[in-house]
Design a protein around this ligand. Sequence first.
Ligand SMILES: O=C(O)CCC(=O)C(=O)O
Ligand SMILES: [Fe+3]
Length: 704
Amino acid sequence: EPPGLAPPSPGAPPQAPDLLYADGLRAYAAGAWAPAVALLREALRSRAALGRARLDCGAHCAAEPGVSLPAAPGPDSGPGAWEPLLLRAALRRAECLTQCWARRLGPGGAARLRVGSAIRDAFRRREPYNYLQRAYYQLKKLDLAAAAAHTFFVANPAHLQMREDMAKYRRMSGVRPQSFRDLETPPYWAAFDTGLEHLGRQEAGLALPWLEEALQESLAQVESCRAGCEGPEEQEREAEEEEGTGSQGGLYEAIAGHWTRVLQCRQRCVGDVATRPGRSLPVPDFFPTQLRRLHEAHAQVGNLSQATENVLSFLLFYPEDEAAKTALDRYQAQLGEPRPGLGPREDIQRFVLRSLGEKRQLYYAVEHLGASFKDPDLWTPAAFIPEGLREKLREDQEKRPWDDEPPQPKPLTHWKDVLLMEGVTLTQDARQLNGSERAVLDGLLTPAECGVLLQLAKDAAEAGARSGYRGRRSPHTPHERFEGLTVLKAAQLARAGAVGSQGAQLLLEVSERVRSLTQAYFSPDRPLHLSFTHLVCRSAIEGEQAQRMDLSHPVHADNCVLDPDTGECWREPPAYTYRDYSGLLYLNDDFQGGDLFFTEPNALTVTAQVRPRCGRLVAFSSGVENPHGVWAVTRGRRCALALWHTWAPEHREQEWTEAKALLRGPEKDEEDVASRDPGPEPPSRRLPRLQDKAGKPPRIREEL
Ligand SMILES: O=C(O)CCC(=O)C(=O)O
Ligand SMILES: [Fe+3]
């Protein structure tokens, strides 16, 4: 390890984040993984330290006596007397800030540590974590690699490469579910979600501490975002955006322009704080909503004075809200004698008054100075908005898309972790599917994994054809061909070299993935075992599709014999009575027809329908509550992994264990998965163009 690359001693003022980042990327590009990790981590640490220093110094200098405006004008009172007072105060504040920065970050702190906008965006997108995960991976620190990968993925859920990498990490033996943790998301989101989950389960008492924490922490986050608005970078950025406007004026025009930009930036903070990582839109009315939940929860557990404080705080945002006014009356009536000390929360009162003051100035600048302002709030009183703007703003707000509230609370707490870990989403629950135990989950497979399994099915079918076994007609319809492949057959074919072993291996892994999800979702307290796993493709036979009336798979239940006339289902042979849950994991959608559908037990009335696609799992209990069938496949080939799970260990699929043993072979052991696996791909080695905004290329640090 080159000597200069050791992380600086603790307590030493941090180096500029962008220099550290540039050095980190250079080390990364050279394959020097350990220095790359040290530098990238230091870059993250330095950026955080910078934010904290800005927050602390801002607060410190605002509070410093004598720095704020002296109360009374001096002897030179008269027209314009405020001018020297204002400017003197500004000078004093600037001095205080410079000194504070120097104390915290060394001489010239603020200037030395300014961060260019390209790098700021890279940090916002969590890019350092993409490099970190790969470097950790190379160092065989799989737990940290998975955490870095997860952290990046949370903010970039559409990043395909990382999706595939995540799938690889999940398969590695050194990675545990707990490894997938988010190192960046501020904890108020978790508190907020936990609070909502408790509310969803009618547990107001348990929800309260979480909701309170979420509110306080998200308010604190607003403060630290606002502190960033006074930095040099913010001005630089705003000036870039509004190039040419406003910068030509004299002293007061310049001050006004600068001040307007600070206010615009501060007002944007609420939207930033209300936006979940990886989402582009904020949760609407984030703060009023939290207050509403708080007052309702307090009222439910009988904390009437706190309910009153919170509803009064809500009313600061929406003074005319009928429901809130009614609730207030109710709380006051229940409280009995009037409580003089009872008012809105202080934190909210300060927040609202300050925001209104800023809006007033901004709208003034809009009307009279040609400034622009996109009000992020829905609650701004109409009286604050210049007449000419009101109509337009109302229209915009009606059209404005919002991030929806987080999905309804899941029935299980650890279910959320499973989802997060797998990058899987719950697309439809039982209610949306008009049933009791049904779910559609997406994202179980990456496109590449679907490709591998489709190839496996194809290779297996061709191997079958070579040995004289033509894809036979479907047992369910004369208009389709039907090929099935079990895990054991796949392993044997792989062993014989007829199909790739990667596909056979993946088949096993994926079936386990489905099993663990199904168990977590439907049967968290009782283990489920795979009882049968089958890769099935159904292909339309060309020229036999006109006016087809039949189904690809007639309506049936998976563990009983359905009698549509009576709606009864006999749980006896020849039905596979030990099947408890069914899963269908789809691999493709490039065919016609072939949707899965659920019916009433009369086998006629369709209650829900699901279009197959790569990585989509339909999971449901196997009994009479879930009669289902498949519409005719009229063109192309439809492939799916069908799996059945059982509670009965004696019906556990023996073939699965045999296939696993066959594939592992005698020579390979679990430990070297990481070295055999091709591993996550590195993020592009192309260095970001650091010099773009800074004006000159990053210098190589002399001390190296
Ligand atoms: O492939 C499908 O979508 C359903 C198949 C099915 O229900 C079965 O094999 O029991
Ligand atoms: Fe079925």
